[in-house]
Design a protein around this ligand. Structure first.
Ligand code: PHE
Ligand code: NA
Length: 456
């Protein structure tokens, strides 16, 4: 096997853009506002901030340090720590594989909705349009029965773009794409939020989102929701950040980068909350109902409530293009990071060349995605995968990896030294307490809580 030297990010800013690109995704735009709203509104920000400081940033630093120290993707890095630990890494790769297959589908929908925004093609009933016209297969006989071409083609395009970027590698592919995507996303989103804040009724929406319900702080599931949001939103717990950091040079400041990435992601998330709820306030005011009647979560929010707003407002088509393009760009930069985990793990294991791995392995992810989801049952499958991955997959993988790395293999002192070597900020006891005690306890509690609600 010929050893090729590992690729490297060209600049620290390039790595940061890519890390922020992975973090800022669909989760910021449609998951955070809904989760915050359902879990105490303004009061949610407190557990959320605590989760960021006690689990999010510490874990981000740890993943960066694992990646840079071993300069390998998760399975190979864990194998270097102890042979049997490799299995945990592959499990993380499987989770990435599954997330990638369905995450791409939501981006494909958003691609279609950029087009539908022109002339508000969803008509007066966006919900009926989504489930009726858009997601229903035409009645064609034969084996293509149940197949939805309106999702299939955009999904194929999403995969061509993603695999195309990955084929160019770390510097010329991922880094360059994110250097375009992230500033562009910021501009689109700023325009969107400013427009939203100048709509009639914006204040009503912001009141609904931010009015604190302090009594919710005593509710354990609010805390579980806060930690869950931080894990998903920062893309931590299953090796994404280990992979990106494995392409870092020896001198990058890990602790500083983790703080920048963590706060950038949360700022974007809160900005999204403001934009989304200002818009919902407008819709509620215009239709003379309460905000709670228009605030659906997830799919309902982006593909039902927003189309309704777009139809309602002057120059709505333009607003729609901004909104759905933001979803597409935010989603693409995250999807790239997820697929890179799978590609890089296989490359490290087999010594396969990048292009071969991107086509072979990335192609397999794309194939599964394209065959399973553009069908009439695709939406149920999507719901089920998302539920299972979020409730069990990520938390369980993170919990096992943490216990093994911290308690069984006692890696923290070495990783701490690695991070401290290049940063002005020294990691103290608090870092080890966050990772060794607080985060595992919270993750264990999350698992129990999910199981309990499952069987309620
Ligand atoms: N962090 C991304 C978001 O907020 C989602 C994501 C999860 C991306 C896991 C990569 C890996 O949407
Ligand atoms: Na995020």
């Amino acid at each position: 096997m010929t050893e090729q030297p590992r690729e490297q990010w060209a600049t620290r800013a390039g790595f940061l853009f890519a890390a922020i690109g992975s973090a800022v995704g669909l989760g910021n735009i449609w998951r955070f506002p809904a989760i915050a709203y359902e879990n105490g509104g303004g009061a949610f920000l407190l557990p959320y901030l605590i989760a960021l400081l006690t689990a999010g940033i510490p874990l981000l630093i740890m993943e960066y340090a694992v990646g840079r120290k071993y300069r390998l993707s998760p399975p190979a890095a864990l194998r270097r720590m102890a042979r049997p630990a490799e299995a945990i890494g592959w499990w993380q790769v499987v989770i990435s594989f599954v997330i990638a297959t369905y995450y791409a589908v939501i981006i494909a929908w958003a691609v279609r909705y950029v087009g539908f925004s022109v002339g508000q093609q969803w008509g007066d009933d966006p919900e009926a349009f989504l489930f009726g016209d858009f997601l229903r297969a035409p009645d064609t006989p034969g084996f293509l029965d149940g197949f939805v071409p309106g999702v299939f083609w955009p999904l194929v395009c999403v995969w061509v773009v993603v695999l195309g970027i990955l084929a160019f590698g770390i510097r010329r592919g991922i880094e360059r794409a994110n250097k375009i995507f992230i500033p562009l996303l910021f501009v689109l989103f700023a325009a969107l939020v400013i427009r939203a804040l100048t709509l009639d009724g914006a204040a009503t929406g912001l009141d609904a989102l931010f009015t604190p319900d302090w009594s919710e702080l005593g509710n354990g599931s609010v805390w579980v929701a806060a930690y869950g949001q931080i894990f998903f939103s920062l893309s931590i717990g299953f090796g994404i950040m280990v992979t990106y950091a494995s392409y870092l040079g020896r001198r990058a400041d890990l602790t500083g980068s983790a703080m920048v990435a963590g706060f950038a992601n949360s700022s974007f998330e809160i900005l999204a909350g403001i934009g989304v709820f200002a818009t919902l306030g407008y819709l509620a005011t215009a239709s003379g109902v309460g905000v709670d009647e228009v605030a659906g979560a997830g799919i309902g929010l982006a593909f039902v409530a927003f189309p309704a707003v777009i139809s309602e407002m002057p120059f709505g088509g333009f607003f729609g293009i901004l909104f759905f393009s933001s979803l597409v760009i935010a989603g693409l930069s995250s999807l790239i990071s997820i697929v890179q985990v799978v590609v890089s793990a296989v490359q490290d294991r087999t010594g396969m060349r990048r292009r071969t791995a991107v086509l072979g392995v990335g192609g397999l992810v794309a194939l599964v995605s394209v065959l399973l989801f553009p069908t009439e049952s695709g939406i149920y499958l999507l719901d089920a995968s998302d539920h299972f991955i979020n409730q069990y997959g990520i938390a369980l993988a993170a919990l096992v990896a943490l216990i093994v790395i911290v308690w069984v293999l006692r890696q923290l002192p070495g990783l701490q030294a690695n991070a401290d070597a290049t940063s002005a900020v020294r990691l103290g006891h608090w870092w080890r307490i966050c990772l060794g005690v607080i985060t595992p306890v919270v993750l264990g509690w999350m698992m129990v809580d999910s199981l309990r609600t499952e069987f309620e």
